[in-house]
Ligand binder design. Structure first.
Ligand code: ADP
Length: 386
């Protein structure tokens, strides 16, 4: 019983990976896109699941399938770890829909389909918020009226938890230490981006908030913003809350400043002298630097700053820009190590540095599979930290 099927569903797509956790190999990786769209290969999530199973025919061994691991975006303050899916858990994920109106319904739809399609296999929910449930109240509390906090769930939840958890554990291993022995700042820089302060293996602060909009500048999200901007734009333009929310989530960030949500395009344009692209890059790096500074203050002692995800793993320019000027705080990188062509877990700080600066490729699917398998008793939890 070593196989785990990891499912990650969006409103119009399903990403899947079939993993053999005996040797952590990937048996199959795929995506079904354009669900419900004209010309797509599936009319709904149930049909898409059949496409997934069709693509897995010959690879998926039902007798060896230990669990299905579902990525679920929002677990509110209810889910602190991987959870065996029952009717009650589905009901709870449904109750959390107001907090994640785009993501949780899509996750739930696939969970329901998968439970019907693979009724004999335990289904496990792994929440993007769970790792951040260890945030102290001082870090997760917004200074807003009690009715908002208590009745409406307004607080910081944080996201990318699965990635921060995986990357911080791997980073500790790279340092030759146990996670409980180290403090670090993890920078997950992908399309979405978030920073996480990890103290002795536990998340104590993170830059995304009640929703993934807060914090760093992202591909299409603004990140931090004076909340009064929303009311101002509403008054000046007559736009409603939904439209403003959509603009801040889908038409802001690097896209708004530099003309593309893909950092590679922004870097290329900046290199050609495009002033807007240069500003986008400068603002992007400056925001990261500010978070490094505040998490240094939050943690007191920092053993490592860790870069991960598409941008963090690949952009030497962003890594250099993010830590520029922090030498006096013990954080610096070696230009040679930073620009070396590598996909491996590695140091980019010079050998003499006080604080290690690392690049650690993330792997959310392995983390989800490991947590799901550990929960159903396949292997001890330590299984996910080779
Ligand atoms: P997601 O958040 O969707 O999982 P990724 O972690 O794959 O996204 O990150 C995607 C982003 O990574 C892209 O938008 C792109 O800007 C950036 N990226 C990928 N490769 C490179 C590269 N070689 N140089 C700079 N940026 C890159």
């Amino acid at each position: 019983m070593n196989q785990v099927l990891v499912l990650n569903s969006g409103s119009s797509s399903i990403k899947y990976q079939l993993l053999d956790m005996a040797d952590r190999s990937r048996l199959a990786v795929g995506i079904v896109e354009r669900i419900g769209e004209p010309g797509g290969s599936a009319s709904d999530h149930a049909a898409a699941m059949q496409v997934v199973l069709g693509e897995l025919a010959g690879t998926l061994d039902r007798s060896a399938l230990a669990a299905v691991g579902h990525r679920v975006v929002h677990g509110g303050d209810r889910f602190r770890g991987p959870t065996l899916i029952t009717d009650e858990v589905c009901a709870a994920i449904k109750e959390l829909i107001p907090l994640a109106p785009l993501h949780n319904p899509a996750n739930l739809m696939l969970i329901e389909v998968a439970r019907k399609t693979l009724p004999d296999t335990p289904q496990v929910a792994v929440f993007d918020t769970a790792f951040h449930q260890t945030l102290p109240a001082a870090a997760h509390t917004y200074a807003v009226p009690a009715a908002w906090r208590e009745d409406l769930g307004v607080r910081r939840y944080g996201f990318h938890g699965t990635s921060h958890q995986y990357v911080s554990r791997r980073a500790a291993a790279l340092l030759g230490r146990r996670p409980e022995e180290v403090n670090m700042i993890v920078l997950h820089l992908g399309n979405g981006a978030s920073a996480c302060a990890v103290r002795e293996g536990r998340s104590v602060d993170t830059s995304m908030g009640m929703t993934p909009l807060e914090g760093l500048i992202m591909g299409t999200r603004s990140g931090d913003l004076d909340p009064a901007v929303c009311a101002y734009i509403a008054r000046r333009t007559g736009r409603g809350a939904e439209e403003i929310d959509l603009t801040l989530n889908k038409s802001s960030g690097l896209l708004a400043l530099g003309g593309s949500n893909d950092l590679r395009d922004v870097e290329a344009a900046a290199a050609k002298g495009d002033a807007n692209a240069q500003l986008a890059l400068d603002a992007y790096c400056y925001r990261i630097r500010k978070y490094i500074g505040s998490y240094l203050a939050a943690l007191g002692r920092v053993d490592a700053v860790v870069f991960t995800a598409g941008v963090g793993e690949n952009s030497a320019t962003v890594r250099a820009g993010a830590v520029a000027g922090l030498e006096h705080l013990g954080i610096s990188i070696s230009a040679k190590r930073n620009t070396a062509d590598s996909k491996e877990e590695r140091y980019i700080s010079p050998y003499w540095a006080e604080t290690a600066v690392l690049v650690v490729p993330t792997d959310e699917e392995i983390e989800i599979a490991g947590q799901a398998l550990a929960l159903v008793g396949g292997e001890p939890a330590a299984h996910t930290s080779p």
